[in-house]
Write a new protein. Structure first.
Length: 342
């Protein structure tokens, strides 16, 4: 549209309220593709996108002009005192109003069909786009905080994580041995997880069912499950999993305030504990075992004692039979097995 292209590079500052009783916040107001874009002036983080056809002025003829993305009295608002920007918004709104179809049954049908297609497209595309954008800009410190908060919510179903100091020290050494300097935070749970399984939450937290450290054959099976779970976190962003389940409104809240709405993580806690582990590509899993210098056969047989479904991991074991070196001293393994004693 000519009017919109004319003002494509125009921007100004305004005072934004996400809800009527919230404190005003300075934002940058600019034109997007058929939308009005509100951006945090300091972080350059997009805060809101308003459809230009829906934008309404709350106080015609008064300054500063107050705009909202619709007629809802509880909707967000922005105050603008830049007369150039006000004139531009009014010009574009008037141009859009002239383009609206006149009354008529045939045209109404076309309009409704178009709106339905747009809404359907938005429902299919927008959640994924918002989650993708959010996961790209959330820093690791915030990911770690969300992971810790989710772990706290999970304790309602798991009890407190196992925390014997000597066992925790062994877990730290095991993490460094398997994953290097970046490592992972390994958390042993007494209850909540399916027996002999693992899970994960954002911030490099790997969750382990206590039965995996009570095996009589040594720590290789535990190591294999940890390698597999770490691969799952690398193939699918753990934060994206949380945000998809949280919904689009929670994503916008995280973008605007830096925190998820109250109750979002609590509603996910039990479901995430009960999720079945996703299958992994055998070739990629074998590469991880090879990099960690760990035999894959003990893990494969713990997943399927018959070896039928895990044959590729057995036949492709990077460590020849009898050539595996001890993963840790016997004293460390005994200390780790006592991690839930307290």
């Amino acid at each position: 549209m000519t009017a919109l292209r004319k003002y494509a590079r125009l921007e100004t500052t305004g005072l934004w309220r996400p809800v009527p009783d919230a404190q005003r916040r300075e934002v940058v107001v600019s034109f997007g593709d058929s939308s009005l874009v509100l951006t945090d002036g300091r972080s350059q983080m997009p805060l809101s996108h308003w459809s230009l056809p829906a934008v309404q002025r709350r106080n015609p003829g008064e300054l500063p002009a107050i705009y909202a993305p619709g007629a809802d009295p509880m909707a967000e608002t922005v105050e603008i005192d830049d007369t150039g920007m006000i004139d531009a918004i009014e010009t574009v709104r008037a141009a859009l109003a002239r383009r609206r179809p006149k009354r008529g049954r045939g045209r109404l049908t076309v309009v409704l069909g178009t709106i339905g297609a747009i809404v359907l497209g938005a429902l299919l595309w927008l959640p994924g786009a918002v989650v993708g954008h959010t996961t790209r800009i959330v820093p690791f410190v915030k990911r770690e905080q969300i992971g810790r908060e989710l772990l706290v919510e999970m304790t309602r179903f798991t009890g407190a994580p196992c925390a014997d100091p000597q066992g925790l020290a062994v877990l730290g050494r095991l993490s460094a041995r398997l994953f290097g300097a970046e490592g992972a935070q390994i958390v042993v749970l007494r209850d909540g997880l399916a027996p002999g399984t693992t899970a994960h939450v954002p911030g490099r937290h790997l969750l382990v069912d206590h039965q995996l450290i009570e095996l009589p054959d040594g720590p290789e099976v535990l190591a294999g499950h940890l390698i597999a779970e770490k691969l799952r976190t690398d193939l699918g962003d753990p934060l994206a999993e949380v945000l998809h389940a949280a919904g689009i409104r929670a994503n916008f809240t995280l973008l605007a305030t830096g925190s998820l709405p109250s109750g979002v993580l609590g509603r996910q806690a039990q479901a995430r504990l009960q999720d079945a582990p996703t299958d992994l590509p055998p070739d990629e899993l074998l590469e991880r075992f090879k990099a960690a210098r760990i035999a894959s056969t003990p893990y494969a047989l713990s997943v399927d004692p018959s070896g039928v479904t895990t044959r590729a991991l057995i036949e492709g074991d990077p460590i020849p039979p009898g050539a595996a070196k001890p993963l840790m001293p016997d004293a460390d393994w005994l200390a780790l097995q006592a991690i839930c004693a307290r």
